[in-house]
Design a protein around this ligand. Structure first.
Ligand SMILES: [Zn+2]
Length: 509
């Protein structure tokens, strides 16, 4: 909507600075907030404006592709998952194409068992099927898919089970078309906006770079995207940056996304001590020196590394290599680096993180989904290690640059807010306003990355309208509590409802 001159009447503001009981009239001219008037009386708080969620770790392309594919996230058992694959195959999936069945999570199934190659063959035999776990770090193939993958990769596990590099590399064997990727992004972007997400850090797969450059060129980005690229595209982005790409308005280059280990769900997160339910410690994906060289290369190119590290051994390895870089070249060299997930971080590691002045990008929805007593983390790691995971309070109290994201499991920020305020360990919990602030990017504001006052007045000129207090969101499900409108960079990217015009809350002119 091209409504650029208007007033929002009687709106409560909810930003990084906690509760403010006042109501405001906000005047926008030419799409910018030009006047913020505090109303003298306290009134009924019916409409709230926030700066919009910043999902600091998301895979929008992957999320959108999941919507085009056979989605197993709602399945409650292996049988149901296999039946869903069979049904998807019957319903128009043509023989010869690859059938992607994605997002299964056996930790919520009664028997908690992975599918086998033969079981998938029994429901689809004539064309390749890839069943990929929700975390992406594990996949099972049917025989037809095994044969195709084997032709490219050589011998594979005869059971059809793949993990880590192979599971994550399947998208290179059966790459989506540019059209599928564009459609995937647009549907994921709409879903993000409907949840009040206006900024996203995309942890890009191999194809993400080309897709986002095209999307930006064609003016299809409505939200701000900070793109992190796969390491094999590093040289290319350095060249593109020299050519003046990534200068906005919506697309920015975030840096390089690296993986130091896998996931707890796939039992591939790298641990100091063995898993409770498996006789191994997961696996580090880099040798020390290779990780050092890669981090050093990112530092030399001034491309901040966002390093996936979940297990304590992986976080320890990452910190050790970053410390080597900082010792050789000073803290400048690690500026902007973040550890992604950092689920098994402990106090001594937080001391080292603080000394390195690096950031933490955490996913409180993982606590909500897998971190409860009796849940996946408890079974995989034992109660003591499970309870010590994701120590949000300590991270917060140390004033570390903390950002929250969802990793798309699911994207809904209200699930993350819930996880942050109801961590199973009371002393690890955040208050609602702290959790909200971390999800809005407020801790970055506190660390001097931007001025929160700028946000409303002169910055991005936008926000998200809710018909309820976002601080009460923690019990929520954002897909059921619709956002009332999204104003971003002076444009309504989600139009305010006609009711708001009728009620005089949004007043044109
Ligand atoms: Zn991720």
């Amino acid at each position: 909507m091209m409504l650029r001159d208007f007033t929002l009447r009687g709106v409560a503001l909810q930003d990084f600075r906690g509760r403010d009981e006042s109501l405001f009239d906000l005047t926008f001219r030419g799409g910018r907030l030009t006047r913020k008037k505090r109303l003298p009386e306290l009134g009924q708080r019916n409409l709230f404006l926030t700066p919009g969620f910043n999902d600091a770790h998301i895979h929008l392309l992957h999320l959108g592709l999941s919507r085009q594919r056979c989605n197993l996230s709602g399945c409650g058992s292996l049988d149901e998952a296999l039946e869903t694959v069979a049904e998807f195959s019957r319903g128009g999936h043509t023989s010869g194409d690859i059938l992607w069945a994605v997002n299964w999570d056996e930790s919520h199934w009664a028997d908690q068992r992975l599918p086998t190659r033969e079981e998938i063959d029994r429901v689809v035999a004539d064309s390749p099927v890839v069943m990929r776990r929700v975390c992406g770090h594990r996949a099972v193939l049917n025989t037809a898919a095994m044969q195709e993958a084997g032709r490219r990769w050589g011998a594979l596990d005869p059971g059809g089970h793949l993990s880590e590099e192979q599971a994550m590399g399947l998208a290179n064997l059966w790459p989506p078309t540019p059209e599928e990727l564009e459609e995937a992004f647009l549907s994921a972007q709409d879903a993000a906006i409907a949840m009040g997400i206006t900024r996203a850090s995309e942890m890009g797969s191999h194809a993400a770079l080309d897709t986002y450059l095209t999307l930006e060129e064609r003016g299809l980005l409505k939200i701000d995207v900070k793109l992190f690229v796969a390491p094999e595209r590093l040289e290319e982005v350095v060249r593109l940056r020299q050519e003046g790409r990534f200068t906005g308005p919506r697309l920015r280059l975030g840096g390089v996304k690296l993986y130091a280990d896998g996931s707890v769900g796939a039992r591939t997160a790298a641990l100091r001590h063995p898993y409770e339910d498996a006789a191994h410690t997961g696996r580090l994906l880099y040798q020390d020196q290779d990780l050092f060289d890669m981090l050093d290369r990112c530092a030399r190119e001034e491309l901040p590394a966002a390093i996936h590290a979940i297990g304590d051994a992986a976080i320890d390895q990452v910190l050790h290599q970053l410390e080597r870089i900082a010792q050789e070249r000073g803290l400048e060299a690690t500026r902007g680096v973040s550890i992604e997930h950092a689920e098994m971080v402990d106090t001594p590691m937080l001391d080292r993180i603080e000394a390195l002045e690096i950031g933490l990008s955490m996913q409180p929805n993982f606590v909500e989904r897998w971190g409860r007593p009796g849940g996946l983390y408890d079974r995989a790691l034992g109660s003591q290690r499970c309870m010590a995971m994701n120590p949000f309070r300590e991270v917060w109290d140390r004033k570390l640059p903390l950002v929250f994201g969802s990793d798309g499991m699911p994207m809904d920020p209200s699930m993350g807010l819930e996880g942050a305020v109801s961590h199973p360990m009371a002393e690890a919990r955040l208050m609602s306003e702290e959790a909200l602030s971390a999800y809005l990017g407020g801790r970055l504001a506190a660390a001097g990355y931007w001025d929160s006052e700028d946000w409303w007045a002169y910055g991005r000129g936008g926000g998200v309208l809710y018909g309820y207090d976002p601080l009460d969101l923690t019990s929520g499900d954002l897909s059921r509590v619709p956002v009332q409108g999204v104003l971003w960079c002076g444009e309504w990217v989600l139009e305010p409802s006609a009711d708001l015009f009728r009620a005089g809350v949004v007043h044109a002119g």
